[in-house]
Design a protein around this ligand. Structure first.
Ligand code: ADP
Ligand code: ASP
Ligand code: MG
Length: 406
C-alpha cells in the first residue's frame, strides 16, 4: 500500500469544525487505500500567543523553556485530530515529537532534524492506524523538547515523508498552491502547476512563507514529491519537482517580499584595510545574520559609508554590538531604519537571459521607488526599498514580468 504524508497548517486546524473537516479528508485518503501519516500545526494564532507569554515573563528567556512552552500548541491538535478520526471510525493515535522520536540537534528555538526513528510508527501503521504526528517539535540530544523554528511543521512533514519512504508529501494550507507572488497582496497572482525545488527554495528563503525554507531543502535532498494544496477547496495544487519535469520554463517564476528586514548605515567609516572585518566579525560572533551589504565610495577618499541589513528582531542587538566597535573603528554615526522591505524576483531563466535585473530597476524607477540596496544570486535579484511601497512594487513588478493572471 502506498504511504503518504498529509500536513495541515494552522488555519486548517483553526477550530473544532476545521479539525473535523481535516479528519474527513484523511478518512477519504485511507478509504482510497493509502497508509497515512498526518502532521499537524497548532491552531492558527496559538503559537503566537505562546511566544508572547514567554516574552512577557522573561524578555531574554531560556530557549529550552521557550521550546517547552511553544511546542504545546501541536500537542492539542494531534490529540483532537486523533479523536476526530476515531469518531468517524478511523483507527488513529497521536504522537508527540519525542514519542516518535524525531531527533534534532541542540539548537533550541531553531533545531534541525538529525534523524527520525520510524520503528514504532511502522508498527502502528502496519496495524492499520493513522499516525497523527505533532509538527514543529522534536527531542534534542539533552533529552529535552526542541522546536524547529516558525513554520517548522512543513519541515516535520517532509522529513517524515523521507524517513517513511512515502510516495508523496501533501501540504494542505489556506491557499490552493504556490502562486507567482503572495495572492493575499497581489490579486492577479497566478497559481503555478509546477515549480522546481531550486526556485521554491529561493522563493522561500527570501520570504514566501507558504513553505518553510528547510522543508524545501529537505525535499530537494531526499527527492520527496511535495504538493501544496488547499484544505478547503478541491482543486489541483502545485507540485514541487525537478527541473526536467517542467515542460515550459518561465524566465521569472515568482516574486517574494520580506518585511523582516532592518537597515543599518555606519557613516564616516575610515577607508582602510580591516574595516569590514572589524564590523562584520563582531556581528557574526553575536550570531546576528547579515544579509545585504553595500560600501559606498566617499568623496574625500578617506572615509566611507557602510550599509547592511539584519533581521528586524536583531536590530537592537546589532546596534549595541556596533556601538562597542565605535572607538576602535572610529566611525562617525549610525543610522538605523526598520521601515524597509526586501523584494526579490526569482527564476531559473536568469541563468541564460540578460536584462531581467534591468527590467526590475526600470519598473521601480517608473513608480518613483528608490532602491536602497541590491543583491543578486544566480537565479535571484533582491532590492531593499521603503516598506510603504511594498504593495505598489509587487504589483508593478508582477505586471512588468508578464505574470498577471488573465
Ligand atoms: P500554514 O499555516 O498552512 O502553514 P502559512 O500561513 O504558513 O500557512 O502559509 C500560507 C500563506 O503563505 C498564504 O496564506 C499566503 O498568504 C502566503 N504566501 C506568501 N507567498 C506565497 C506564494 N508565492 N504562494 C502562495 N502563498 C504565499
Ligand atoms: N505552529 C508553528 C508556528 O506557528 C509551526 C507551524 O505552524 O508550522 O510557527
Ligand atoms: Mg506555514
Amino acid at each position: 500500500m502506498a504511504r503518504i504524508v498529509m500536513k495541515f497548517g494552522g488555519t486548517s486546524v483553526g477550530d473544532v469544525e476545521r479539525i473535523k473537516n481535516v479528519a474527513r479528508r484523511v478518512a477519504a485518503e485511507v478509504e482510497s487505500g493509502s497508509t497515512v501519516a498526518v502532521v499537524v500545526s497548532a491552531m492558527s494564532g496559538a503559537t503566537n500567543q505562546l511566544v508572547e507569554w514567554c516574552r512577557q515573563v522573561a524578555p531574554l528567556y531560556d530557549n529550552r523553556e521557550y521550546d517547552t512552552v511553544v511546542a504545546t500548541g501541536e500537542q492539542v491538535t494531534i490529540g483532537l485530530l486523533a479523536m476526530a478520526l476515531q469518531e468517524i471510525g478511523v483507527k488513529a493515535r497521536s504522537w508527540c515529537g519525542w514519542q516518535v522520536p524525531v531527533r534534532t540537534d541542540e539548537v533550541h528555538g531553531k533545531a534541525r532534524i538529525t534523524a527520525i526513528d520510524t520503528e514504532a510508527l511502522d508498527q502502528s501503521l502496519a496495524a492499520g492506524e493513522v499516525a497523527v504526528v505533532a509538527g514543529f517539535q522534536g527531542i534534542g540530544p539533552d533529552g529535552r523538547i526542541t522546536t524547529l523554528g516558525r513554520g517548522g511543521s512543513d519541515t516535520s512533514a517532509v522529513a517524515l515523508a523521507a524517513a517513511l519512504g512515502a510516495e508523496r508529501c501533501d501540504i494542505y494550507t489556506d491557499v490552493d498552491g504556490v502562486y507567482t507572488t503572495d495572492p493575499r497582496i497581489v490579486a492577479k497572482a497566478r497559481k503555478l502547476d509546477r515549480i522546481t525545488y531550486e526556485e521554491m527554495l529561493e522563493l522561500a528563503s527570501v520570504g514566501a512563507k507558504v513553505l518553510q525554507t528547510r522543508s524545501v531543502e529537505m525535499a530537494m535532498k531526499h527527492r520527496v514529491r511535495v504538493q501544496v494544496l488547499s484544505s478547503f477547496v478541491d482543486a489541483p495544487g502545485t507540485l514541487v519537482c525537478d527541473e526536467d519535469e517542467i515542460v515550459e520554463q518561465e524566465l521569472v517564476s515568482g516574486i517574494a517580499y520580506s518585511r523582516d528586514e532592518a537597515k543599518i548605515t555606519l557613516v564616516g567609516v575610515p577607508d582602510r584595510p580591516g574595516v569590514a572585518a572589524g564590523i562584520f566579525g563582531p556581528l557574526a560572533e553575536a550570531a546576528i545574520n547579515v544579509d545585504m551589504i553595500v560600501q559606498n565610495v566617499s568623496e574625500d577618499g578617506r572615509s566611507t559609508d557602510v550599509t547592511f541589513t539584519v533581521g528586524k528582531a536583531d536590530l537592537e542587538r546589532a546596534r549595541q554590538v556596533m556601538d562597542k566597535t565605535r572607538e576602535k573603528l572610529d566611525w562617525g554615526g549610525l543610522e538605523a531604519d526598520p521601515a524597509v522591505v526586501k523584494i526579490s524576483v526569482v527564476g531559473v531563466g536568469m541563468r541564460s537571459h540578460a536584462g531581467i535585473a534591468q527590467k526590475m530597476f526600470q519598473t521601480l524607477a517608473a513608480e518613483n521607488i528608490n532602491i536602497r540596496l541590491i543583491s543578486t544570486s544566480e537565479i535571484k535579484i533582491s532590492v531593499l526599498i521603503d516598506e510603504k511601497y511594498t504593495e505598489l512594487a509587487l504589483r508593478a513588478l508582477h505586471s512588468a514580468y508578464g505574470l498577471d493572471a488573465v
